[in-house]
Design a protein around this ligand. Sequence first.
Ligand code: GKR
Ligand code: MG
Length: 419
Amino acid sequence: MKITDIVLTPVAFRDPPLLNATGVHEPWALRTIVEVHTDEGLTGLGETYGDLGHLERLRAVAPALSGVDVYALNRVHAEVAATLGGATGADKHGLTGQITPEGTVNRVFSAFEVALLDIQGKAVGRPVADLLGGAVRDAVPYSAYLFYKWAGHPDAEPDEWGAALDPAGVVAQARKMIDEYGFGSIKLKGGVFPPEQEIEAIRALRAAFPDHPLRLDPNTAWTPRTSLEVARELDGVLEYLEDPTPDIPGMAEVAREAPMPLATNMCVVAFEHLAPAVAQNAVQVILSDHHYWGGLTRSRHLAAICDTFGIGLSMHSNSHLGISLAAMTHLAAATPNLNYACDTHYPWNRADDVVKPGVLSFVDGAVPVPAGPGLGVELDRDVLARLAENYRTCGIRQRDDTGYMRTVDPSYERKQPRW
Ligand code: GKR
Ligand code: MG
């Protein structure tokens, strides 16, 4: 079965004003929806980043895949690498970590690999999780992903979540999210306020939810010294501390004395980062994310490496829609050592999902694995058209949390570390 055509549709969907270490989410988040068509009439779906540089790389690669067999994933990877010719993406928003040429290939390859696995699953009538070795769990647990946030975007009405700018607001947001979705663990996006305030928020969450594992992720907003102070304050409270400080040597310095495991989706984001991270014992948990680790199969290679070196595995997320959630769920279901609840931004964005309702749901904080075949999800063409129109009119072509924050506070500066 051969690829005949690839349709790439950039989309924009509503995003609340979520605060982070580099600014605040703009009113529109971008993704690209990938549709791979074949000569046997089957179509596969993928979802990936929507920033313009990435979209241009996807567009450059797509014609080179025409005529390629849908099972020839190694050839697809080689075609992506050859077409990109060593080009490297940039971490313009400051939350991604160091992007390498290999990581750039894997980011582009992933979008096509997921769509091809969707086709393969449809061809044999089996869910993608079966192509990855079979589900070891029927449902994948996700964590409540809390953000400090404004009540609404500037000049707009407050959104349904309201403001969360202090411990009480964070607890109220957690309560709403847990009531609605049943999440059994909690992550707070930090790096927004001075560390003492974020420690207070974590303590408030501990008091309100005594049995929920807690995580804090300041996206490298702290020096190693500050990181250690926070780590000591939160000894026995956090299940892991995520990316407190920049880079592998900085994380290694913190890890030597921190009482809890350190996790990352910033300093170990490509296979070439693994050897130095292991040698320095810089991280104890790696956040896998198939969108940049090179798709579902390569994410399972990452899982095997983590298993080999005794490193824990969790899952990272960015603002996303249901095709990504389906792919994440199949992958996590088929990865035995994915032993922490996965991150997801889905509750913040699900109102604009391009996937037809009915397949993706949260039951007690976990998403039951779609029964398939393939990813088990279908595109809602009306929503896709609406989101594509949003993209055409929203004016955003590259995520820029810092620039958006500066429209509200012109004195705002990006600093990593800040404290
Ligand atoms: O959505 O603001 C955000 C997050 O900060 C995201 O960009 C990060 O990549 O969720 C991510 C993380 O865990 O670092
Ligand atoms: Mg993170």
